[in-house]
Every structure is written in C-alpha cells, then in structure tokens.
Design a protein around this ligand. Structure first.
Ligand code: ADP
Length: 503
C-alpha cells in the first residue's frame, strides 16, 4: 500500500482528523517544536509521561522538562543547520520529578522540529541496577583479592580439573613463579612437591588432588614445594575442596613456608640431645655407686639398704626418661640408622618378655605369646622393633591391675605382619583417645594409679613403626582393657644410613 492509498477515503487515515487521532494516541512520544524549541504540539503519550495536561506543555520551552546534560545536548544538536534527521537519547524530568529516559529521532524542518521517541526508562533502570550489582560484585572481588594478597600464607586456587585459576602474591613469593607462568597450568604438573624422603610426591598423593577426589580437607606438614629456582621449601599445606550444590567445582591450596619452624625444631631437638647426653654420665655414675653399695651388703644395715635401693630405683627412672628423650631426639632429627636383619619375631618377643619377667611377676600377670605357625623371618631392624614391643608390653604391665591377662598375638595378614598386644587393664577414656600418641601425654585415669611414666613411649613406638613402613593403632575401653596393633611390611624395611641408633 503506498502513501496515497493510505490517505484515501476507504482507508484508515481518510481524514486529517483520523491522522491526528492516531498521532495523539500512539504509544510513541510525538512532539512538535518551533525553531526556538518551544513545544507547539505534544501527544498524549508525552503528556502521560510528563504527568501533566497538554495545556501545561504548549508554548513551554522543551528545556523546562530536561535535565542539565540533556539541555546542553539539545542546544548543540537542534539547530536549523543540523541534519534533516538524527537520533539521540535525552533525560526528561516529569512533573512528579521522576526521570524518564527517551530514545528520540529528531526531524529538522528548518522552521521547527518533529520529535518521535520511545520511553526506555524501565530498561535503563534495570541496566543501572545491573551495573550497580556488577559494581558491587567487582568491589567484593577486589576486597577478597586484597585480603588474599595481604595474608601471610600462599594461596593457589584450582578448578575441578586441577588447573590453576588464582595465585596470590605470597604464593608467587614462596614459589618464585610469576602468576602468568602458572595460571591455567595443572597444579600437580607445574608445582612439584617432594616428600620427607626427598622423593617427588606422586600425583595421587598430592594434597590438592586428594582434596578434590575425597571431598575432604587434607592437611600435610612434612612436604616441600620445589620453587622455580629448584629450592625445596618446607611447607605446611591445607588443601580444601570447593563444593557448590554438592559438586566439587575446584579446590584451594593454602600453604606456609615453615623453614623457620623447622630450624627452631631442629635446634630444640639438638638441645635435648645434648642435654640428655650430658645427663647420662652423672646418672650412670650414681647407678654404679648405688650398685656398689648394695653389692657390699655387709656395710649397710637393713634400713640403709632400703634407702639406697630407693635411690637406685629413682635414678633408674631418670635414666629411662633421659634415654627416651635421647631416642626421640634421634628419631626426630632423622639421623637414626635403620639396619634391617632377617628377624624371628617370636624369639624377639620372648626375649622382651624374659627381660620384663621381674615386673610381670611382681604384678602376678599372666602373659601369653601366640605366633601363627607359618610366620617366616622378617627383614626389620630388631633393635628398633624390640623397642616397640617393649613399650607396648611395659604399658600393659603397668596399666593392668594385679593378675591381669596380657597377650601378644603375631600373625601374617596379606602383605603385612600384624602384632597385637592386649590386656584387660584400666583402658583409655574415650575423651582422651585422640591424644594417646602425642608426646608427653598421659591419660587422667592412670596418672593417679601409676606415677611412673613419661608419656613418650607410644610417641616413640609410632615413630619407629612408621619409619619401618608400618602403621600403629589401638582399641580400648575404660576399665575393660586395651588392644594395641601394629603392622610391619612382610617385604621388610629398607635400610637407611644414619649416624645414631636407639638405646
Ligand atoms: P607412659 O610413659 O605414660 O606409659 P606412653 O607414651 O607409653 O607413656 O603411653 C601414653 C599413655 O597412654 C599412658 O600414659 C596411658 O595413659 C595410655 N596407655 C598406653 N598404653 C595403655 C594401656 N595398655 N592401657 C591403658 N592405658 C594405656
């Protein structure tokens, strides 16, 4: 249909009146301005938008309804010499002072202007709100970034595939890699980790990978990160999975350089070692003199003999404590020699029981040893493992009331030799079970009954079992008894060169 047809009698705009009606009621805004930018026509849409009557608009300058910036814009573009038609966005201020955003096409008729426009206030407000939200998110992000960069720990965040998506400044400082060198790289390929044995930690054992796969927080403080320049940095690592709507979407590896702690620990161990060494000489002398006196029974009366006996026992307790401290400092310093030999465990335990005979008889305990028939010799360091049996059996003897039942069961289970030392003694309270292998820990139920003890035996036993490639654990019920278990690999313990052995 061409324009003549549109205005013909049969059609919609058959009269000017119909056209005016249409223009007046259309949803678009239509304005007529004279060359001085006074409003000479405004349709109903514009009136509605401005919340006023037509008569309030006519002959008013359009400026009256615009914000400052829009006035400047209008004056710049609405000139008789401007183009015939151009587009612009202006901000109008309605009678109720609401802001209205209009997208306009301005037609220049030289003697005036016709403006046709659309209200896009709603869209604009939504955009502004969205921008505000984005601004807030960006601000939040910047703040989190600031926090992550200002904390003393290194932080590396990975996606669910293990690719690095974030590294903070501290991590860059510790690892020596620039952010751009590691972003996007697989964490366990790019940042190499070493174990306490100076061997590279396998991918499966990397804390961050374990965290992603197990969905648990993993803590590790015996590993090293290899920095870009090849230095091994001892670190304490906490790897945490990021779980959103029950899906693992990534993980965060937070680590701290513990070089200083290690040094202090080493100094402490060296101090204990030195002090214990120095203490041993006078203690041995006291023991020797006490023995000398007791051997020569004639020179002592009964009371004196008993007193010297007490000195001897107290001195022996002190010797045991100093030996425990010395053994611990040796094992902690990593200087311990592991010298495996094919060992008959039955014989080893029988010897320990014989050595403990006096104490066993004193308390009238019944001690039994059972070894599963087909147990071959195992290649372990007998001096070290003897210490484990000695500690476990001494505990059972000490922490079981008279006439107790104490058992040692040794059997082959799969790839391991499993030893169980059990008793029907005082047991361990539930609330203290998790602390049993801690250095110097003694449970409250036994400290009243048995004062003799340092809380070092199990710590040492655990260190020995683990450095021999085994595991140690226990089950216990207060007043019913305890079962201590430990494993040793049938394949034996690898030899280790060192400087010291255990007493
Ligand atoms: P301690 O020198 O005190 O015996 P250990 O390190 O050998 O030190 O043991 C730590 C603590 O574990 C003991 O003090 C005791 O509370 C508890 N414990 C160990 N073995 C037993 C056991 N067989 N029965 C009951 N409690 C035990």
């Amino acid at each position: 249909m061409d324009i003549d047809q549109l205005f013909s009698k049969k059609n919609l705009f058959s009269s000017k009146k119909a056209l005016v009606f249409y223009i007046d009621n259309i949803s678009d805004v239509i304005l007529g301005l004279d060359s001085n930018l006074n409003i000479i026509y405004a349709n109903k849409s514009f009136c509605r938008l401005m919340v006023c009557e037509k008569k309030d608009l006519i002959n008013k300058k359009l400026d009256t309804f615009l914000d400052k910036q829009s006035i400047a814009k209008l004056l710049l573009i609405c000139k008789p010499e401007s183009e015939i038609s151009f587009k612009t966005d202006l901000v109008f201020r309605a009678n109720n002072s609401a802001e209205k955003w209009l997208s306009l096409t301005i037609h220049n008729f030289k003697k005036g202007f016709i403006i046709i426009g659309k209200d896009f206030t709603e869209e604009k407000v939504k955009n502004l709100e969205r921008n505000e939200e984005i601004g807030k998110i960006e601000e939040e992000k910047a703040r989190s970034q600031e926090i992550l960069d200002s904390i003393g720990d290194g932080v590396v965040s990975v996606n669910d595939k293990g690719e690095i998506v974030y590294v903070n400044h501290q991590a860059v400082d510790i690892l020596g890699f620039q952010q751009e060198e590691i972003l996007g790289e697989l964490m366990w390929r790019k940042i190499i980790m070493y174990g306490p044995d100076n061997k590279e930690v396998s991918v499966e054992k990397r804390p961050i990978r374990l965290a992603l796969f197990s969905r648990n927080r993993i803590y590790e403080n015996t590993y090293f990160y290899k920095s870009k320049d090849g230095r091994l940095v001892p670190v304490s690592v906490t790897a945490t999975p990021l779980i959103v709507h029950n899906l693992v979407v990534g993980g965060v590896d937070v680590f701290r350089d513990i070089t200083k702690e290690r040094e202090i620990d080493k100094m402490k161990t060296e101090f204990i070692s030195l002090a214990s060494h120095q203490l041993r000489t006078p203690l041995s002398a006291t023991k020797w003199f006490a023995e000398l006196l007791m051997d020569d029974a004639k020179i002592l009366n009964a009371e004196q003999y008993e007193l010297i006996g007490n000195i001897y026992k107290s001195n022996q307790r002190m010797i045991d404590l100093v030996n425990s401290l010395l053994n611990i400092s040796r094992i902690e310093s990593g200087r311990i020699i592991i010298d495996p030999k094919p060992t008959d465990l039955r014989k080893l335990v029988e010897d320990v029981i014989t050595e403990l005979k006096v104490k066993i008889n004193e308390k009238k305990h019944n001690v039994t040893l059972t070894v599963s028939g087909d147990l071959p010799t195992v290649n372990i360091d007998p001096r070290l493992i003897r210490n484990v049996y000695m500690n476990l059996l001494t505990n059972s003897i000490k922490y079981t009331r008279e006439k107790g039942e104490i058992r040692v069961d040794i059997s082959k289970q799969g790839e391991d030799v499993v030893s169980k030392v059990s008793d029907n003694g005082l047991g361990i309270p539930n609330s203290q079970k998790q602390r049993i292998f801690e250095k110097f820990f003694r449970s409250s139920n036994i400290t009243k009954v048995e004062t003799d003890g340092s809380g070092l035996g199990l710590y040492l036993a655990k260190a020995i079992v683990e450095s021999s490639g085994g595991k140690i654990w226990f089950e216990s019920e207060e007043y019913k008894g305890s079962e201590f278990w430990f494993t040793l690999p049938m394949s034996g313990t690898p030899a280790k060169k060192g400087e010291v052995s255990i007493d």
